[in-house]
Design a protein around this ligand. Sequence first.
Ligand code: CTP
Length: 228
Amino acid sequence: MDTAGAQDISHGVNHVLRCLITVGPTREHFDPVRFLSNGSSGKMGYALAERAAKRGWQVTVVSGPVALPPPPGVTVTRVVSAGEMFQACEPLFMESDVFIAVAAVADYRPRSMAGEKLKKTGGPWRLDLVPTVDILKTLAARKRPGQIIVGFAAETHDLENTARRKLAEKNLDWIVANDVSRPNLGISADDNAVLLLGANGARLAFGPAAKVAVAEFILGNVVPPVRT
Ligand code: CTP
């Protein structure tokens, strides 16, 4: 095990770094069998979890529905909806040194969920949608001194400006911007190309590369190795 950075007093902690990562899509049901969701595979989040555990960090993943096995040495809590993801993260966030929000959380959910499968009517259907909780923004507003908070921004246009706005608006230390309009990169792909922007003014581009390599790049920059 590579323990560089694990026992890390220079980042304001004198214990093994505790890292919380949200992963995958959420599902917002409107009846027991139907839901709104997106194509997030969880590959980027699980790659980060695996590499963080390899660094000797104590890693907890809160994962929406994905088909991936849990990475070795990582505690995984499975959830379905944005509301459940928030409830699972809230207590874990308080105890984490690093919070990385990779999940493609649904921004809206159906106002109500039918208890039984809805029957087709022949006419059009209308879904009344209400906003979900912004997990990252809500938790980042409670940031402790020394806590490191990393968000993701998956965009199809105006990547850098939008990512910078989210970095500031969500009170983040870092944001990982990725252009999801590029074929074979980003959501559900095996590779990714990212632009890492820091609240400290850092601007670092990486990739295209395998998501494991992208994970190493992100972790190495947001928690640099301790030099003794
Ligand atoms: N995020 C979150 N909870 C939400 C929505 C987003 O925690 N309800 C987090 C994501 O995990 C990601 C970051 O916020 O780290 C940005 O998500 P993104 O979907 O790109 O941005 P939004 O704020 O949802 O804005 P928009 O969809 O309008 O681009």
